[in-house]
Design a protein around this ligand. Structure first.
Ligand code: DGL
Length: 258
């Protein structure tokens, strides 16, 4: 599993809950995080290095937890590597298309992910009549990483970001970033109780489970000791605590060089 940092542990948690047993090597590229403020070319270069590392650790299938990396680099990665590479954008878009009743879907994400236009593309490919409204929310990743999950300032900022989507009366909202599910309670209140929230972590975990069911030979060849190894490209004092808070359990981080 690959992510720009430790936020993607939301995906690791969802995957290990929904598809238990498989060993996961998680790489968080903390030396280069955040990806959401970087150019597509730079993010693609980092993602290529990340996947190469996972291959060197014996990965037979890769899950891209990071929405930004998936948004800008998936085509390049799929062309570059032979192994299956799964991402959460298609599955989240499909959930949203199924969930919407009024045909108005909102998408929030990092600036680079939103600017890539990838969610609109996937949604409109499935149903061209749907209206998609997007909003980048660059302050939310640092707020989550600071642990400001319940602060009034965070509520205010979320409200501000969501206002234009609320005005458009979206009835479904894709939380298109690894960190946003941790703000789901606030997001739900601010966008409105009736709006369906789509969590790409859950959608991706379900998609990965279904993929493994459809590929029993691959599934049987994977080690199944339920182990999670979390590798990072840089470690700071706070990182361990942030990772443990996201994963909701103690975790040891291994620092690696790409
Ligand atoms: N992992 C990124 C994403 O899901 C968020 C953090 C970052 O900007 O690197 O888009």
């Amino acid at each position: 599993m690959f992510d720009s940092g430790v936020g993607g542990l939301t995906v690791a948690r969802a995957f290990m809950d929904q598809v238990p047993g498989f060993d996961v090597v998680y790489l968080g590229d903390t030396a280069h995080t955040p990806y959401g403020t970087k150019s597509p070319g730079t993010v693609t270069r980092y993602a290529l290095e990340g996947i190469r590392f996972l291959l060197s650790r014996g990965a037979a299938m890769v899950i891209i937890a990071c929405n930004t990396a998936a948004g800008v680099a998936l085509d390049t990665l799929s062309a570059h590597f032979q192994l299956p590479i799964l991402d959460g954008i298609g599955p989240a878009a499909d959930h949203a298309v199924k969930a919407t009743r009024n045909g108005r879907i909102g998408v929030i994400g990092t600036r680079t992910a939103v600017d890539s236009g990838v969610y609109e593309k996937r949604i409109l490919a499935a149903r061209p009549d749907i209206r998609v409204y997007t909003r980048s929310c660059p302050l939310l990743v640092p707020l989550v990483e600071e642990g400001w999950l319940k602060k009034p300032e965070t509520r205010m900022i979320v409200k501000d970001y969501l206002r234009p989507l609320k005005v458009r009366r979206v009835d479904t909202l894709i939380m298109g970033c690894t960190h946003y599910p941790l703000l789901a309670d606030i997001i739900q209140v601010k966008i409105g109780r009736r709006v369906v929230l789509v969590d790409p972590a859950a959608a991706l975990a379900e998609h990965a489970g279904a993929f493994l069911d459809r590929n029993p030979t691959l599934a049987a060849s994977l080690p199944k000791n339920g182990r999670l190894q979390v590798c990072v490209t840089d470690r700071t004092d706070r990182l361990q605590a942030t990772a443990a808070a996201i994963l909701r359990r103690k975790v040891d981080l291994t620092v690696v060089q790409l």
